[in-house]
Design a protein around this ligand. Structure first.
Ligand code: ADP
Length: 505
């Protein structure tokens, strides 16, 4: 328990520190990502505005050049000027004015046109000294006014406007749409109304805007951040992944600790069982030895005069010697199994003689403790492939247990019959029984059910482990049906046809 708390502390504390550091650095990362994104957006927007500026300037310069060439060649000739105007779709409403604002082209001009022309000329003159190009806004309309000269070297003013549709389509869309960027560029006019936008702005957030220079004064190029694309959200996602990974990590750590703790408990339990085993075996070896010695010495000293008593002493010595060799066989076999050296010699074996021989070895204790023995062996049992010595030993272990774990009601039942493809050997008693919870574990090595100790029955805890190994080596199985106080019924199944993985296991 203390280990688990320590391990938990040693692992969870650094994990928490890592989590906090991770959180802080994610926050910093979020801030610098935001800053970087702004910088990049500003650079992109400046470049894009410059591109629009250059495109417009290029188209405009071409137009003015053609206008100038036509004027130089032909003077103010309406047909030629019409052609120049038709050749440039971006330009509309061309007017040629003299310095006082009188309209020289087009010929047909309304009064309103004349007023506008005068105001344009006045504005252009007022701005003299500036470069030969001005953008003048009159009543919400943008006019570009440039100075041109005729063949006769008269200086005239050419005023024209941009066609809004062509401006949108051929200049803004052509310059801005191909820009690869995670942001959206929107052109807004002096009142902040969008003039051109490549996509829907639903949910988009305005990051910043840059102004156009001379070509579109007072207009701006605004940069929008599409919804869900902000660095903040990317960082949020990162944080979620980080947290999920952290939770998984913690779960793995806790699971690891639980598994280690269980393993440790199992190891401790195994160590305890092993030391019990040594103590139990030593005790089991000592008891028959001291009996043999005592009876041997009594006989040797010639103290027993009457023959029946002497015979009984001989029996006791033989029985104890048998017990001793059974115990030693068990321990030796067990160590062979543990080291993987146990081999089985499988030969066709008659079942009845094997059962009888095994029971004969117990004749004395059975008779002495007044056991009622019921043996039922089915007639015509076939010979079964098995290692007779190993199966005999397994059977002896079961019988030994039945004798050992019986109380007042002393009944031993041994049965042999065929069930399906199996030979079934049953050893049953009316003894103390085994609680359900322990029925799986009694076949584990060294395991002894709690009550065996308290009821003073000695044993090593390897008997049933051996029985199971023998059964499995023959391709069979062993199982138990039992209830406390009602006795136990051990069922050993061996296949009639050889199919088990025998040899060492
Ligand atoms: P042991 O040397 O302790 O008898 P086993 O491996 O033969 O070792 O048996 C394991 C445990 O199973 C025993 O300690 C006992 O608790 C229980 N057990 C085995 N056979 C019987 C039985 N016939 N009746 C009641 N309990 C039994």
């Amino acid at each position: 328990m203390r280990f688990s708390v320590l391990a938990l502390g040693a692992i969870v504390a650094p994990a928490v520190i890592v989590a906090i550091l991770g959180w802080v650095s994610l926050r910093q990362w979020e801030r610098s990502a935001e800053l970087l994104r702004r910088e990049q957006a500003r650079d992109m927007a400046t470049m894009a505005a410059e591109k629009v500026e250059m495109t417009l300037r290029h188209v405009e310069d071409g137009f003015v050049e053609r206008l100038q060439a036509t004027l130089a060649a032909r003077g103010v000739e309406p047909a030629a000027l019409d052609r120049v105007l038709a050749g440039e779709p971006l330009v509309r409403g061309l007017r040629l004015l003299d310095s006082r604002g009188a309209i020289l082209y087009p010929r047909a001009a309304s009064d309103a046109d004349r007023v506008v022309a005068r105001r344009l000329a006045a504005a252009a003159v007022a701005g003299r000294g500036a470069p030969g190009r001005r953008t003048i806004v009159l009543d919400g309309e943008r006019w570009i006014v440039v100075t041109v000269s005729t063949r006769a070297a008269d200086t005239l003013l050419a005023a024209f406007a941009y066609d809004a549709d062509v401006l949108r389509r051929d200049v803004l869309a052509a310059s801005l749409a191909p820009l690869e960027s995670a942001t959206i560029f929107v052109v807004v006019d002096e009142q902040g109304r969008p003039v051109w936008a490549p996509a829907s702005l639903d949910g988009a957030e305005r990051l910043l805007s840059v102004a156009f220079r001379d070509a579109l004064p007072n207009w701006q190029l605004a940069v929008y951040q599409p919804a869900g694309n902000a660095p903040r959200e990317a960082v949020r996602r990162q944080v979620t992944i980080f947290m999920a990974a952290f939770v998984v990590l913690c779960a793995v750590i806790v699971a690891g600790i639980a598994v280690t703790w269980r393993l440790m408990r199992r190891e401790t339990e195994m160590a305890r069982l092993k030391s019990d085993f040594v103590a139990n075996v030593s005790h089991d070896l000592k008891t028959p030895l001291s009996v043999i010695r005592m009876f041997g010495e009594t006989l040797e000293m010639g103290r027993v005069s009457d023959e029946p008593r002497r015979q009984e002493y001989y029996h006791v010595i033989t029985r104890e010697a048998e017990r001793l060799s059974r115990l030693i066989d068990n321990v030796l076999d067990f160590s062979r199994i543990e080291s993987g050296r146990r081999r089985y010699d499988i030969v066709p074996t008659a079942v009845e003689p094997l059962v009888r021989e095994t029971l004969d070895a117990f004749a004395y204790p059975l008779a002495q403790q007044a056991f009622k023995v019921e043996v039922t062996i089915a007639p015509d049992l076939p010979e079964v492939p098995m290692d007779p010595e190993a199966v005999g030993q397994a059977l002896a272990n079961l019988v030994d247990n039945a004798v050992k774990y019986s109380a007042e009601d002393r009944v031993l039942t041994v049965q042999a019959h065929v069930d399906g493809d199996d030979l079934v050997l049953v050893v049953a008693d009316h003894g103390i029984g085994i609680p359900r919870a322990e029925q799986v574990r009694i076949f584990d090595k060294f395991y002894r059910a709690g009550r065996s100790e308290t009821q003073g029955r000695r044993g090593s805890g390897v008997g049933l482990a051996l029985v199971r190994h023998v059964a499995e080596a023959h391709g069979g199985s062993v199982s138990v049906v039992s209830a406390p106080g009602e006795g136990s019924r051990f069922i050993l199944r061996l296949p009639l046809a050889e199919r088990g993985a025998h040899g060492d296991a």
